[in-house]
Design a protein around this ligand. Structure first.
Ligand code: PMP
Length: 390
């Protein structure tokens, strides 16, 4: 992989730095969507997506849109208006499922964690015991808090209650294991039914594609519904195209699919387990380095995400000045959302981010703190990072 075309270090929760191979595919000739060269790329992209999610007895869908469309596709193709879902929310993006449900007349209940924590498992069990839910949604990494969901515990609880398990992988796919064949708690019935994601985070392709994997039970849920309140988002429209990308439903984003195919080749060349291990190590190393500056992550380390960290400012650090200082040096991090706005920043360390890039970022963060009169031992922080990346 080469990366010569990015001027900024894009260390936000996504989009993330893009490789030259992907830029080249994006800037390549726009083929007819019926051109055999394009069809071959689409087939290859779909096959690699299937592999990434280990989606063996289901179907993957890659269409033009963003992660939010993928969320909508997951819901409207499994749950009818009037039916009920349970949203397990670890932050802002969990809550988005509630808004989608409302827009489609789907009943929705939610269990929300305090920001930076997990939802309470006893509360989840009690809710599932008292009410029938068609589906339960879980955000794998909530981008607002940097918390990674505890799938080992949640999947068995949800599946034991007979609901479909829908996983939002927007800030996790290609960086944290998402395996639709995995039998949680060693029970063959306890599997993830739907995974949805977008192209722009750990897959490291520009924004523009909605990616959804439906397992057999989720496909059966769609098949059992005659019509649904959707047209472009209706899987029935897309199924023939995903089986044979030479078929037409709506013009595919030809260059984006070509770019996605190039990006997925890089993901597969690295290997999924190597990629998951790299992200786990990187997340820990970044947070340990920043701790040397007295900066803490919102989430406790055991539940902190490999892909993104929400870092609390030490007292007296001004968010706007901090981020402008970094932006002037070509490093972009994101502010925080809702009640955390101004109190924390969000640092993406996923996809194509390299140890060299992150080392530089840690130095710049030290300098940004110093510029506000704070003590920051840059050498200690970079040494910690280097040590943990060994
Ligand atoms: N889910 C999560 C976890 C996200 O982080 C985001 C985007 N930040 C979305 C869903 C929505 O995706 P998009 O912005 O691509 O529509």
């Amino acid at each position: 992989m080469t990366m010569t075309k990015n001027k900024d270090m894009l260390l936000i929760p996504g989009p993330t730095p893009v490789s030259d191979e992907v830029y080249d595919a994006l800037a390549g000739e726009t083929y007819a969507h019926t051109d055999p060269r394009f069809i071959a790329n689409y087939v290859n992209a779909l096959n690699m997506t299937k592999q990434m999610f280990n989606c063996r007895d289901g179907q993957v869908f890659v269409v033009c849109g963003s992660g939010t469309l993928a969320m909508e596709m997951a819901i409207v193709n499994t749950v009818k208006p009037g039916e009920r879902i349970l949203v397990l929310s670890h932050g802002y993006f969990g809550d988005r499922f509630l808004q989608i449900a409302k827009a489609f007349g789907i009943q929705a209940d939610t269990i929300q964690s305090a920001w930076g924590e997990h939802v309470d498992l006893n509360q989840v069990k009690a809710k599932l015991a008292s009410t029938h839910y068609k589906a339960v949604t879980v955000t794998h990494v909530d981008t607002s808090t940097g918390v990674v969901a505890n799938l080992e515990q949640l999947v068995p609880i949800v599946k034991a209650a007979g609901a479909l398990f829908i996983l939002d992988g927007v800030c996790a796919s290609a960086a944290i294991e998402e395996d639709m064949e995995k039998a949680y708690a060693n029970n063959l019935d306890y599997k993830i039914d739907v995974i949805l994601t977008g192209s722009q985070k750990a897959i490291a392709v520009p924004p523009g594609l909605a990616i959804v994997a439906f397992g057999a039970k989720a496909l059966a849920a769609r098949a059992a519904m005659e019509t649904i309140p959707a047209y472009y988002a209706d899987l029935k429209m897309w199924q023939p195209v995903m089986e044979n990308p030479g078929k037409y439903f709506a013009t595919p984003a030809v260059n984006m699919i070509n770019a996605y195919e190039a990006g997925m080749k890089l993901v597969m060349a690295e290997g999924l387990s190597a990629r998951y291990a790299r992200h786990a190590k990187t997340g820990k190393a970044v947070r340990a380095a920043l701790a040397e500056y007295g900066m803490k992550a919102l989430a406790a380390e055991e539940i902190a995400a490999p892909t993104l960290s929400c870092i609390l400012y030490p007292d007296g650090v001004n968010d706007t000045q901090f981020r402008s200082f970094l932006a002037d040096k070509g490093m972009v991090v994101a502010g925080s959302l809702a009640s955390l706005a101004g109190k924390a920043f969000r640092f993406g360390h996923m996809g194509n981010t390299t140890p060299e890039m992150l080392q530089k970022a840690i130095i710049l963060i030290g300098k940004a703190l110093q510029a506000q009169g704070k003590e920051a031992h840059i050498e200690k922080a970079t040494a910690k990072f280097a040590d943990m990346m060994k």
